[in-house]
Design a protein around this ligand. Sequence first.
Ligand code: BEZ
Length: 251
Amino acid sequence: MKWNSDLYTKKHAFVFNYGESLVELLAPEKEERILDLGCGTGELTQQISQLCKDVVGMDKSAEMVKKAKREFPEVEFLVGNAADFKFSEKFDAIFSNATLHWVTDYQSAVKCMYDNLLPAGRIVIEFGGKGNVQSIVNKLKEALQKRGYENEAKMNPWYFPSIGEYSTELEKIGFKVSYAEHYDRPTKLADKETGIKDWIMMFGKVFFADVSKDDIEEIAQEVQTDLQSKLFYDDNWFADYKRIRIIAKKE
Ligand code: BEZ
């Protein structure tokens, strides 16, 4: 999938703004080497780089990495896959914000994180949990189904586990989970007029590969209209985000 990295920073900056509290939870130490897995446009990688010896930002999207390198030339960024990566020099910690729900091959991602950590290394991760953006996805699927897009209506492009499910995967491979939280985080969208439509155009694109341009516009509008009573309040649009946050240590 191709990302529009400018639209991402302009209208969806909440992705890294919310991530700042995860950096606090990471609490980087001066001597540490840290991987930012799914670094996007690099804002959090840059923050982490101020606090530790060595940081690498990795993202699957070449567009995002290109923008990250342009904005933060002093930080190391590279293109790589969260479910298939290997560094010759291992890390003290792996940090990941708002990425792992894209990695449906989650067992490979868990193994890669484990293998690329030093002994006693830790992961500090946050991503979409069970029930994440459920109202938006349900309406989107309904609108696709109604127009005969049967395959698209059945798609499950994201992995939104409960903390029980994900902790079990981590424990199976040898992590010790010390902290796990599953919480609602209604997320204010940037545009008061087109908030849900913008969200769908940015993050729901994966459903639209074979959908006509006119239908995409109509579907996005319909979903937004249908969600007005549920997701428009306090004079703003909110996406019904649910997050999981986990800290675990390699034993
Ligand atoms: C999320 O951050 O929860 C998310 C982003 C894009 C698609 C689905 C979920």
